[in-house]
Ligand binder design. Structure first.
Ligand code: SF4
Length: 312
């Protein structure tokens, strides 16, 4: 008999029911339009047409690390420099590099993004769209390998060096075969593949059931608090572990809670321990191990107080 993995969370059926109910409430209450305005995906919605939007999404997802206000500012700067027609801008690499001269975002320089967008446009011309290029890898037979093969083609088209002195190009397109969480690539896939709902765009001919959760620090923290993983840091395996739980709620659309959960994590100021001011208004406190423990303690204390007559 195969032993279960040590880190695999064993959630009781009753806990799963409460968890699904809580997540549905988080999703229903999330003001998606307001949150979209402060999310990198808002940048993608500023473009018209699927070819423009998939290029914009690749840029936005690639830049989606660090402070969200900085990310939005950098995307705004990128859009102002490159103009409304990103497809046309991506055709002329020297001109695109010139437009992005002096652009910086964390590890990236303007040239890195110019090469990325130009390479992506080469793939659009070769396959008709990035979506067609990705779908041709049959992600339903294995997402990690399909994504890795897509990244190989993109890295090649962008003429990124296999290794080099600067970390920018390697960080732009990580290799999912290496076991990293590949959060930005999975975020890009979520935007492109999940049905259009005002946040995600549903542009690619791929079933959302293949998707794996993009696990950033916020989602990882909440996932630990909810008992979905015990792992200390995100990885591809952890992302699959978390997705496996969500798949039990909706096999056809397992990453539908990602946007609401990520924004709950950003807005809550969760410290992964009980702090009354933060946890009392938290929407998932009843299913969070820290919040639920405190709720149980509170009800025990109230029960004890009810049985012991007050001192006179
Ligand atoms: S109840 Fe508190 S510790 Fe638990 S997820 Fe919410 S904010 Fe974090």
């Amino acid at each position: 008999m195969t032993k279960p993995r040590r880190s695999l969370p064993l959630l009781a059926p009753e806990k799963l029911v409460r968890l699904e109910r809580a997540l549905e409430e988080v999703r229903t209450r999330c003001d998606a339009e307001a949150r979209r305005r402060v999310d990198p995906v808002g940048f993608v919605h500023g473009y018209r047409g699927p070819l423009q939007q998939e290029l914009a999404a690749l840029v936005a997802a690639s830049c989606a690390f660090g402070n969200v206000t900085t990310i939005r500012g950098k995307l705004h700067e990128f859009g102002a420099r490159t103009g409304d027609d990103l497809v046309a801008a991506s055709e002329d690499l020297p001109a695109l590099r010139h437009k992005l001269l002096g652009f910086r975002h964390r590890l990236y320089q303007g040239d890195d993004l110019a090469n990325l967008v130009h390479g992506a446009h080469i793939i659009q011309r070769r396959h008709g769209s990035l979506g067609a290029a990705f779908a041709s890898r049959r992600p339903e037979s294995g997402l990690a390998e399909a994504l890795a093969s897509f990244v190989d083609e993109l890295r090649d088209a962008a003429a990124f060096p296999a290794s080099g002195e600067r970390r920018g190009p390697a960080h732009l397109l990580p290799d999912p075969r290496g076991g990293s969480a590949s959060k930005r690539l999975l975020l890009f896939l979520r935007w492109m593949i999940r049905p259009a709902d005002g946040v995600d765009l549903g542009l690619w001919p791929v079933a959302p059931s293949v998707l794996v959760m993009p696990v950033d620090v916020h989602v990882h923290k909440l996932a630990r608090n909810l008992g979905l993983t015990r792992a200390a840091s995100p990885s591809w395996r952890v992302a699959e572990e978390i997705t496996a739980v969500f798949r039990r709620f909706d096999e056809a659309d397992p990453v539908k809670y990602d946007f609401a959960l990520c924004h709950l994590g950003m807005a809550s100021g969760c410290r992964s321990r009980f702090e009354a001011a933060v946890c009392t208004p938290c929407e998932i406190r009843e299913v969070c191990r820290h919040g639920a423990r405190k709720l149980r303690q509170g009800s025990t204390e109230r029960a004890v107080r009810a049985k012991v007559p007050p001192r006179t």
